[in-house]
Write a protein that binds this ligand. Structure first.
Ligand code: RFL
Ligand code: PHB
Length: 386
């Protein structure tokens, strides 16, 4: 098999890249380890920056997103019995949209299948070869057959544990990491959200977040121990923690429950030879800033443009600047996510100085419109540098 761009991974990064390339007349093959049902039901991110919504809309993927997405003009911070609204729209002129990642993935899978271009599910043994040459290859197994895909370029969109980053020579890579001493326990519950906006709470028992998927579905998170087990969290304990940390929330049947580790991670550079990393394959943020899926979309915008210039005009300049362009945004997203995480969580080692600084930070946000504007412009998404 031969293609122009071999794409590993059918998450938001791989699927959006495949779609943008198709619109530019560039051929690709997408290889995904999981089944279609698995990726279409995997509950993850939910919040899209305005720039991500615009990117999906311009790509012709916005029809259901505009119909079913919940547009939010603000968010609320709760701490020490106080409530501070951040007027995102008033401060920035931009909004954010709640739309489950798996819904965006469903729209993108449907769009891909409609093009008739290849998207293979349940592939195994994916391995990358000759990435520093002009003719890189991917070998894999599909439907019991060993296959080889010859490409001009490989896009590693295979998330944080995939084979693409591991194929980069370690001597050219620099890895940056921070592991946090806590995790999030998340539930999806059939219950009316308590507010039509998101509520982020700092409480002495730990962080909590009230978000949603629809008018009838609440998505709720509580800070838990990094090595916690869902078995330690019967529904009654979760509701109790939510009531304590957020104030009264509406209870309802719990449809899904899971624990997410919290990590900041960046791999630099995001390109070696003809291999380009995008999304979680290159960087992970803790979910407090809601940046993960948005950074994946931003990388792919830059990559699609670079590959279009390469395949149409043989111009490699945008490919050469890909890593630096993406990393400039990635590090700002890292900084914001780390800052939101530190401000809103309880660290297990009680450090009274740190605690007072974090409270001062929150009080400063309450008293200063400039501070609120800074939070707001990062939360709704910084402008794209193009
Ligand atoms: P994905 O979505 O992980 O997709 C990678 C795909 O690659 C496949 N794969 C392979 N395929 C073939 N061969 C292999 N060997 C392979 N290994 C892996 C995987 O099966 C998968 O389908 O990465 P991508 O596309 O970079 O997208 C990134 C986002 O998924 C991620 O950043 C967000 O979900 C993070 N995140 C959030 N991001 C936001 O922007 N806003 C949010 O509100 C937000 N909330 C969250 C989050 C992530 C969470 N969890 C569970 C990690 C909330 C949570 C709880
Ligand atoms: C979500 O809706 O799942 C969500 C929203 C905002 C976050 C994290 C998760 O910061």
């Amino acid at each position: 098999m031969r293609t122009q761009v071999g794409i590993i991974g059918a998450g938001p990064a791989g699927l959006l890249l495949a779609h943008l390339l198709h619109r530019a007349g560039i051929d690709s093959v997408v290889l995904e380890r999981q089944s279609r049902a698995h990726i279409e039901t995997r509950i993850r991110a939910g919040l899209l920056e305005q720039g991500s919504v615009d990117t999906l809309t311009e790509a012709g993927l916005g029809e259901r997103l505009h119909r079913e997405g919940l547009k939010h003009d603000g968010l609320e911070l709760r701490f020490a019995g106080r409530n501070q609204r951040i007027d995102l729209f008033g401060l920035t002129g931009k909004r954010v949209t709640i739309y489950g990642q798996q819904e965006a993935v469903k729209d993108m899978v449907a769009a891909r299948l409609e093009t008739g271009r290849p998207l293979h599910f349940e592939v195994s043994d994916v391995a990358l070869h000759d990435i520093a040459s002009k003719t890189p290859r991917i070998t894999f197994t599909h439907e019991g057959q060993a296959q080889e895909l010859r490409c001009d370029v490989i896009a590693g969109c295979d998330g944080s544990h995939g084979p693409a980053r591991a194929a980069m020579p370690p001597e050219v890579m620099r890895l940056y990491e921070r592991v946090y001493p806590f995790a999030w326990l998340g539930i999806l519950a059939e219950a009316k959200p308590i507010s039509h906006e998101l509520i982020y709470a700092r409480h002495e028992e730990g962080f909590a977040l009230a978000t949603m998927r629809s008018e009838r579905l609440s998505r709720l998170y509580v800070q838990c121990a990094p090595d916690d087990d869902v078995a330690n969290w019967p529904d009654s304990r979760i509701w109790e923690a939510l009531h304590t940390r957020l104030g009264r929330v509406n209870e309802g049947p719990v449809l899904q429950k899971g624990i997410t580790a919290m990590r900041s991670f960046v791999a630099e550079p995001m390109r070696h030879g003809r291999l380009f990393l995008a999304g979680d394959a290159a960087h992970i943020v803790p979910p407090t800033g809601a940046k993960g899926m948005n950074l994946a979309v931003a990388d792919v915008r830059v990559l699609a443009r670079a590959l279009t210039a390469f395949f149409r005009e043989g111009d490699e300049r945008l490919m050469d600047s890909y890593s630096a362009t993406c990393l400039s945004r990635v590090w700002k997203g890292q900084r914001f996510s780390w800052w939101m995480t530190a401000m809103l969580h309880r660290f297990s080692v009680a450090d009274p100085f740190e605690h007072r600084v974090r409270m001062a930070e929150l009080e400063y946000l309450c008293g200063s419109e400039a501070a609120r504007r800074s939070l707001a412009e990062q939360y709704v998404g910084l402008p794209f540098d193009e």
